[in-house]
Every structure is written in C-alpha cells, then in structure tokens.
Design a protein around this ligand. Structure first.
Ligand SMILES: [Zn+2]
Length: 210
C-alpha cells in the first residue's frame, strides 16, 4: 500500500535530498500502531518535461507487519507525471481555457497522455465535485451553488476547498494540487477507485455519490 504525505518543497528539492529527506513517520493506516522506517526504493517522475530520480522510503507496521511506501504528495499513484503537471492540464481543460491538445503541449506531454488524465477525471466528475464541495462545507466554507457545467463545478469545488484548507496550518505552502493528491491518497485520476473518499489528517470523509 501507499501513504501519501504532504511535501511542501519542490520536486527538485526532494530529488536532491536523496535518502536524507526527512519523512514524517506515520501510524499504520490499518491498525493505527506506530510504524518504523524500512528500506527504500528508487523511481523517477516527470515534472513539466524534466525527469527526476527519487528515493522513496518505506515504513513497516510493528503490529501487523504490513509495509507501506511513503509517497510525497507531488506523485500520483501509478502515474509517471507529477500532480502539478496533471493539474495544469486539468485546470486548462476544466476551465475551458484550452482544449486537451494545447494543454498537453504546454506541459510537454503527448496528447494521448493528457487525454488519459482527463478521461478518468471526467468519468467521476460529479463525485469529485460533490466530495470537494462537502469538504469545503466541512472546513467552514460557503456552500457553492451548483452550476450547470460539471467541469467548472468540479474545478471550483477543488479551488474553494483548498482555499478553506489554507486557513488550517500547513496547507498553504504545499499548493493546491499537492493538497488534492494528499487528501485523495494520490487517486484523483485513478481509473479503478470505488467510492471516493478524502482524508484530511487522521479524518476520513466519505460521501454518497449524487
Ligand atoms: Zn498495522
């Protein structure tokens, strides 16, 4: 399994830090017991057309012995490109600023790659909009009235939920798309996610699908 943790530095900072990067030690997501650091592995990510080699630490639960990869929030599960790269394309396409092709060119990825990000997002667009609007209210924001454009509704829910979250300590510095990656467990464009859930700190929010 993977645990996404909020990382406020840049991808370059993380890559340069190598195995010296200070990773917060989590409790086990299954049994809540403390975990110990347990080896690491190498991988790379593509961030706005540049490749970066990373060291990903692992942690092992002292209770159930499960190991978890501790993934910095700029990474999405099973994706090569960083969440900021994907987020730039999503923002442009959802806001209707550009089509997928020009958005892909802007972040230097093939058109088909960008389409592979938009499609799973749009398949769950109402769920995503509803999740983030509910989170927005949970965080003390004003409920957003439904607009008859699913894309703008989803984007605006994410933006406003992030704005509300920035009133809590720590979120401002990690940026909107790292926030999204952290609270969705790196699954904002996952293709086989069941019911959507958001995790903020140790709290889980689960919402009915509209
Ligand atoms: Zn455990």
């Amino acid at each position: 399994m993977a645990i996404i943790w909020p990382f406020s530095g840049s991808v370059q900072n993380y890559a340069q830090g190598g195995s010296d990067i200070v990773v917060p030690r989590p409790d086990c997501p299954t049994c809540s017991l403390p975990m110990v650091f347990w080896s690491s592995y190498k991988r790379y990510v593509r961030h706005l057309a540049e490749d970066h080699h990373l060291t990903i630490k692992r942690a092992r639960c002292i209770g159930c012995s499960t190991t978890h990869a501790l993934i910095p929030s700029f990474i999405l599960l099973n994706r090569l490109d960083t969440v900021d790269t994907v987020g730039k394309v999503l923002e442009n396409v959802l806001a209707g600023t550009t089509g997928v092709r020009p958005a892909a060119i802007e972040v230097a990825v093939p058109h088909t790659t960008a389409r592979g990000w938009i499609r799973p997002f749009c398949d769950r667009i109402l769920e995503i909009g509803a999740c983030f609007s509910a989170l927005l209210v949970e965080l003390g924001g004003e409920v957003i009235s439904y607009v008859d454009n699913y894309k703008k509704y989803a984007l605006s829910s994410i933006e406003k939920a992030f704005q509300s979250a920035t009133k809590l300590p720590g979120w401002q510095s990690i940026g909107m798309w790292n926030f999204v990656s952290t609270i969705t467990g790196g699954k904002i464009i996952a293709t086989n996610t069941n019911s959507p859930f958001l995790r903020v700190g140790k709290r889980y929010f689960i919402y009915p699908v509209p």
